[in-house]
Design a protein around this ligand. Sequence first.
Ligand code: GLN
Length: 307
Amino acid sequence: MSCAELSAGIGHVWRLASQRVDRLDARFLLQHVSGCTLAELIAHPERELSAEQADRFDGLVSRREAGEPLAYLLGTAFFCGLEFAVSPAVLIPRPETEVLVEQSRRRVQELLQMRCQEQAQSRALACIAPRIVDLGTGSGIVAIMLARLCPTAELTAVDVSVAALYVARANAVRHGVQIRFLEGDWYASLGKERFDLIVSNPPYVADGDLHLQQDGLPFEPRLALSDGVVGGDGLGCIRTLIDGAKNHLFPGGWMFIEHGYDQAVQTRELLHAAGFTDVDSWCDGAAIERVSGGRQPPVNPRNFSKL
Ligand code: GLN
């Protein structure tokens, strides 16, 4: 776009940009740069961008044209109806991850009900807060949603990427939740700690999958998308997570893992092989089995002293 075109009023600028990128994307970028609401864009198409705004807008439209995801250009994305900061250090939230949050929330709620009943029966002083860990938290969306939905839970969120933790911390502040953030590779930073729930949306796209070249994925952190095992099945991180779970779950504790569209059967097999019970998978909004999980066997009271 030439300088003259960019100074011809935001209505005109929007029309021109819509010839280069999706009209809605052009609108969001224009609102982002100009600070105008949609109503202002429509009611005052004659309003002009400053030279600096025009320059920035043109740059953002060019990046969008080159395939960079809108979320990175805007610096935010929505998940479960809330807005989260994102940067190229983190995966952009996907709606399918809502299944992971929903299953986790349900189990925590059940656990709380159970504990409150036990408390009422035993007249114990306090309900023990459910302990949840989100492994590979990225932008923090799963941990933050769980902290909001289960306010009595104690949340820990782990990531190997310092840059991702920076984004996740900012999101926790933005949404007013207390989360303990730890830097580390999967379980490495957790010592001997145990949890009631382990939740994860790990990298699971197989290294050679052509999908990694499409739909803006080349702009997302490869570390968050794929285990990097050349010729592998993409399940490397899922195996690590399932293998380590028994050392970090309380008896009766649950694990939920998001996985690829064709990995539910293998993930269930891995869970069974690791001694999980109640193994099952749950579908996302596209009716694809997207999350699998299971439960460590509850403690047998007679073996309690051996734990
Ligand atoms: N569901 C994402 C995708 O297809 C991948 C997310 C992940 O690897 N955790 O692109």
